[in-house]
Design a protein around this ligand. Structure first.
Ligand SMILES: Nc1ncnc2c1ncn2[C@@H]1O[C@H](COP(=O)(O)OP(=O)(O)OP(=O)(O)O)[C@@H](O)[C@H]1O
Ligand SMILES: [Mg+2]
Length: 372
């Protein structure tokens, strides 16, 4: 009798611990379910919603409480989701698809997984739907494919020119020296264009790959800008432009990547010179304002009309394609400038008046401000 009582007691103790483990497991699962970034919906064999987490309710703009107990097709009025569930339940397999979902006025790209669920006797007991918002990802994919298409097109132009010019020379042995020289000059110019393009593309890929601050150091921007001005002297002179500058006497220090910042300054100066006619003026001002470093590059050039002004920072965007191209431009300079500015917690902005000139302003925190 005593042994029987002991055995019963032991069983009771065991099942009590088992029950509490079960309850703990259950709570844990519920917490995971609620906390998931992905939207998750659990339906039974009759497609009635048993569980739906906050993420799914938010994605589909429906109320969680209102949806539970309703059939999916009634709670979620989206044909794509409903048919994916039908298909999964019918075939007993996993459906994976990407759908466009209209949320209010915005179209979301959703990745949808639907897996039918079986019990341990292999009987169907419903399905689980997982929704993943890939709208941002799709947008980035689009930018990337556009970029590759644009880059290939830009590379093709000089390559085609070089090929055509050199073939003409090779095919025609009676070509005179003057023509030959003019062809060679054009080939030379195109090859420079090609190598500039490749350098820009490499810069972009380096900027994209390198998100950290591995090459960051304290840099005196007064010195860096002074060097850029010296380097730009010959180009300004060749274009008959007056190059003037205002630099502070004391150092202005920032924490950044020297090579990147040089390139940012060079690109702004390069544009100011390129898009200003002879006898014009280019002015650089470096100053300090409320803990920020401010660089202004002003020119008295052709200017940019308002509808183009915001877009000039886009990759490959050129106001006047023919003009920019004849000056060796590919439309990557300002997109690189913006990328570098953002990498340094900075901004770049432009204001301009057609026919009067433009001012490009770069701003970033001074090292002293950032350390605080
Ligand atoms: N200072 C400026 N004055 C007038 N237009 C400008 C100026 N800077 C840029 N732009 C316009 O913005 C466009 C984009 O400039 P961006 O520097 O990105 O390209 P790019 O100069 O054409 O080529 P790249 O810099 O790649 O050699 C230029 O094609 C030009 O139309
Ligand atoms: Mg440029």
């Amino acid at each position: 009798m005593k042994r029987l009582a002991d055995a019963i007691n032991q069983m009771a103790r065991l099942s009590a611990t088992r029950l509490s483990t079960l309850a703990a497991d259950r709570n844990r699962l519920a917490a995971i379910f609620t906390g998931m970034v992905e939207g998750v919906i659990d339906v039974d064999q009759r497609q009635q919603i048993l569980h739906i987490n906050d993420a799914a309710a938010a994605l589909l703009s429906i109320s969680r409480e209102g949806a539970i107990g309703k059939p999916l097709w009634q709670a979620v009025r989206d044909q794509n989701i409903v048919s994916a569930l039908d298909e999964a339940l019918r075939s007993g397999s996993v459906i994976k698809t990407r759908i466009a979902f209209l949320k209010g006025r915005t179209e979301l790209a959703l990745e949808l997984y639907v897996a039918s669920l079986m019990d341990d006797q292999n009987e169907p007991i419903g399905a689980i739907l997982v929704l993943h918002d890939v709208t941002e990802l799709k947008h980035l994919e689009r930018i990337r494919t556009d970029f590759v298409a644009n880059a290939s097109h830009e590379l093709k132009t000089p390559i085609t020119a070089i090929r055509g010019l050199s073939e003409t020379v090779v095919d025609d042995d009676s070509v005179d020296r003057a023509t030959l020289m003019s062809f060679m000059e054009r080939i030379h110019a195109q090859s420079i264009r090609l190598s500039q393009l490749v350098v820009d593309l490499m810069t972009i890929s380096r900027l994209e790959a390198d998100h950290g601050e591995s090459n960051f150091a304290i840099i005196n921007m007064v010195e860096l800008v002074a060097r850029a001005i010296t380097a730009a002297g010959p180009a300004a002179e060749a274009s008959q432009l007056t190059l003037v500058w205002q630099l502070p006497a004391a150092a202005l220090e920032v924490y950044g990547d020297r090579q990147n910042l040089s390139q940012l300054v060079d690109n702004l100066i390069d544009n100011a010179i390129k898009y200003t006619r002879a006898d014009g003026r280019v002015e650089l001002r470096l100053l300090q304002s409320e803990g920020d470093l401010v660089l202004e590059v002003e020119d008295s050039g052709i200017g940019i009309s308002p509808q183009h002004l915001e877009r000039v920072f886009e990759r490959f965007y050129r106001v006047d394609k023919a003009r920019s191209q004849s000056l060796g431009g590919t439309g990557l300079g300002l997109s690189i400038v913006r990328n570098i500015a953002e990498r340094h917690n900075g901004t770049v902005a432009a204001r301009s008046q057609v026919g009067k000139g433009s001012v490009f302003t770069f701003r970033m925190p001074l090292a002293a401000t950032q350390a605080r």
